[in-house]
Design a protein around this ligand. Structure first.
Ligand SMILES: *Cc1c(COP(=O)(O)O)cnc(C)c1O
Length: 231
């Protein structure tokens, strides 16, 4: 029997595909990250059964609890939420991509822990494109100096940018923020900094991932549209 979650995964993948084709993009260039915060292991297993291979948690505590229980599925875990420096060590045990690199002390701690592990860390730099005070992320003007710092070391490899658009009812209103992130990506790519690649744009959640894909997202972070409303 096909569950509601499996059905939702199919529908989200279909919408991603259609949006990519509309934008003249290869649908294979967009990865669905199923956001599993507050969801049970059983719910997550349904999404995995429907073909999801990338999972996202925004809290390290939840990541550490669930990831070991789902190890057999060999999914790739993404840490998408704010990361406290004292949680970096634990996060790196499970997360393969950090979406929320947004400040120098966090960069320093990632470098330290990566060096200790003897393994470089992949991260996206979170940018606060909307400038809302409640949002995490570097101001666009601080991005270039930050990436120049990144380029001075070799343990943290930046792979692209992440942003969150303001929460609004009409997804069209998210478009300018996603477009701006893509423009920033192009500008930063042109700097040609060592250890900084700009292959990823992580943008789009349940309410606006279609617009995200149209504007160039390579990673969309979708929770509610797969698992239903959170409590
Ligand atoms: C919860 C969360 C999402 C997914 O939100 P939905 O609206 O449920 O799709 C995406 N990104 C981040 C950083 C989140 O914390």
């Amino acid at each position: 029997m096909v569950s509601k979650i499996m059905e939702n995964v199919g529908s989200v993948l279909g919408q991603i595909r259609a949006a990519a084709l509309r934008a003249g993009r290869d649908p294979a260039g967009v990865t669905l990250v199923a956001v599993t915060k507050t969801r049970t292991v059983a719910e997550i297993e349904e999404a995995l059964a429907a073909g999801v291979c990338h999972l996202g948690e925004n809290r390290v505590q939840e990541l550490r609890t669930k990831a070991p229980l789902l190890q057999a599925h060999q999914a790739t875990w993404h840490l998408i939420g704010t990361l406290q420096t004292n949680k970096v060590k634990q996060a790196l045990e499970w997360a393969e991509l950090i979406h929320s690199l947004d400040r120098v002390p966090l960069l320093e701690e990632l470098v330290k822990q990566a060096e200790r592990r003897g393994r470089p860390v992949d991260a996206l730099v979170q940018v606060n494109v909307s400038g809302e005070p409640t949002k995490q992320g570097l101001a666009p003007a601080d991005l270039e100096p930050f990436l120049r710092l990144v380029a001075q070391q070799r343990w943290v490899r930046v792979r692209g940018l992440m942003t969150m658009a303001p929460l609004v009812d009409d997804p069209e209103l998210a478009r300018p923020y996603f477009r701006r992130l893509r423009e920033l990506r192009d500008q930063m790519q042109a700097l040609g900094l060592e250890g900084v690649s700009m292959e990823h744009l992580s943008m789009g959640m349940s309410g606006d991932y279609v617009v995200g894909v149209e504007e160039g997202a390579t990673l969309v972070r979708v929770g509610t549209a797969i698992f239903g409303p959170r409590d």
